[in-house]
Design a protein around this ligand. Structure first.
Ligand code: ARG
Length: 460
């Protein structure tokens, strides 16, 4: 019977079963945290020395050892030994090999339970900041498109039925607004990610005179976790991050859906550059919007990751349980997916052209100015409900006669509204319809230009 060689092997008479070793290992995926684990350990070591818990000589040996491990890991030639179950053990074992006796002192006053939470929080605050940058990047592309398309008139839809004409820039800025809420949510989430758990130790804190505030300062955390039991069992910050990511992906998926529809032959509103589309292996004529489809599809995995985390957490007794190790893969997958989707969508949109002529024609067709006509009648003192009925009848007449509103003679209009004069034709123009929408947040070009200026001012 082989004795245990593990860091925690003291009380074991038997070595771990091979299957158990494989089953419990997280090294396959948590090695992505190595930089944060080492940075956290360096700060912990400095704090231990400052508190005179370890000697300055031990501090030096530990820091040198950690630095050499970091260099090897960064260069990709660190040899992960077979029995290290996670990144924390791998680094600590290597440290003990390299720094000897001193290396064994690093784990004073901490446990892997607070250590793993620290690592993930450091990782996630970096990634959340990077994702914020990616959101801003996509917003800039959208803003650029909006600035260039204020005068383009497009059909606005409800129920995917033509509704009313809008400025294309107004449509584009709607996505900008959604993304700004996504950014605000993530920013808010960052304040809860950015809390330092180290020193909670296993769950109860420690009798060793550590200084958690000093460690937090070294690692750039503005706050420390106030309760050691909460500190090691809390994964709210991950759930919150994935929730925010799920909402963001829902937005990207809806944008993608519009891109798919608008790129179709039937709509033909946009042309995506060849480099951002793919072909079919059988149909030579095809040019498909696969990027947008995949963003829509990948939204499902992020929702799945959110459900995974919520389900992992729901039955856990206080405090740390090994189930918590299952938090990492869904989190990493969410980070990777969100970053990839934001990057590729930004690039693709920057290489998409909007067909102003097709959009304008579509904006005119389908009686999109019927509401304007009803508002015109309301302006003449006709109660809006009556105006709605009158214009509805006019539209019904047009459908039967295969005419559009503009081609009606004054005589035909007067059959429905006796007092109609020449001035009624003005309200049937799509461009004019857009510019009439001067209510706050409405699509008039003046409003849209003002909103663009307001956003530019806020950025300064
Ligand atoms: N790999 C573990 C995780 O991801 C680290 C913490 C292990 N703690 C323990 N008591 N087994 O959660």
């Amino acid at each position: 019977m082989k004795r245990q060689r593990k860091a925690w092997g003291g009380r074991f008479a038997e070595s771990t079963n091979r299957l158990v070793e494989e089953f419990t290992a997280s090294i396959g995926f948590d090695r992505r945290l190595f930089r944060y684990d080492i940075e956290g350990s360096m700060a912990h070591c400095r704090m231990l020395a400052r508190q005179r818990i370890i000697s300055r000589a031990d501090e030096k040996a530990i820091l040198a050892g950690l630095k050499s491990i970091l260099a090897d890991m960064e260069a990709g030639h660190f040899r992960y030994s077979e029995e290290c179950e996670d990144i924390h053990m791998a680094i600590e074992q290597a440290l003990i090999t390299r720094a000897g006796h001193a290396g064994g002192k690093l784990h004073t006053g901490r446990s892997r339970n607070d250590q793993v939470s620290l690592d993930v929080r450091m990782y996630l605050r970096d990634e959340a900041r990077e994702i914020l940058g990616c959101i801003t990047g996509l917003q800039s592309v959208i803003m650029g498109l909006a600035e260039g398309h204020i005068d383009v008139i497009a059909p606005g839809y409800t129920h995917l039925q033509k509704a009313q004409p809008v400025s294309l820039a107004h449509y584009l800025l709607a996505w900008w607004e959604m993304l700004s809420r996504d950014a605000a949510r993530l920013q808010e989430c960052l304040t809860r990610i950015n809390v330092m758990p180290l020193g909670a130790a296993a769950l109860a804190g420690t009798g060793i005179p550590i200084d958690r505030t000093y460690t937090a300062k070294l690692l750039g955390f503005p706050a420390i976790a106030k309760n050691s039991m909460d500190a090691v069992s809390d994964r709210d910050f991950i759930i919150e991050f994935i929730s925010d990511a799920a909402i963001l992906m829902m937005h990207l998926s809806r944008l993608s859906e519009d891109i798919v529809i608008w790129a179709s032959g039937e709509f033909g509103f946009i042309e995506i550059a060849d480099a951002f589309t793919t072909g079919s292996s059988i149909m030579p004529q095809k040019k498909n919007p696969d990027v947008a489809e995949l963003v829509r599809g990948k939204t499902g995995r992020v929702y799945g990751n959110l459900m995974a985390l919520l389900t992992i957490m729901k039955g856990l007794p206080m405090t740390y349980n090994r189930d918590l190790q299952e938090d990492k893969e869904p989190l990493f997958d969410t980070v990777d997916t969100v970053k990839a989707c934001l990057a590729v969508l930004s690039k693709m949109l920057a290489h998409t052209t909007f067909r102003a002529d097709v959009l304008a024609r579509a904006a005119e067709a389908g009686f999109t100015t019927a509401t304007d006509m009803a508002e015109f009648l309301a302006g003449k003192g006709v109660p809006f409900r009556d105006a709605h009925r009158i214009v509805g009848a006019v539209v019904g007449y047009c459908v039967r006669e295969k005419k559009d509103l503009k081609s009606l003679s004054l005589g035909e209009i007067r059959r429905f509204y006796r007092d109609a004069g020449e001035d009624i034709y003005a309200c049937m123009d799509a461009r004019r319809s857009v510019d009439m929408k001067v209510s706050a947040g409405g699509t008039s070009r003046r409003n849209v230009a003002a909103r663009i200026r307001e956003i530019a001012r806020q950025k300064k």
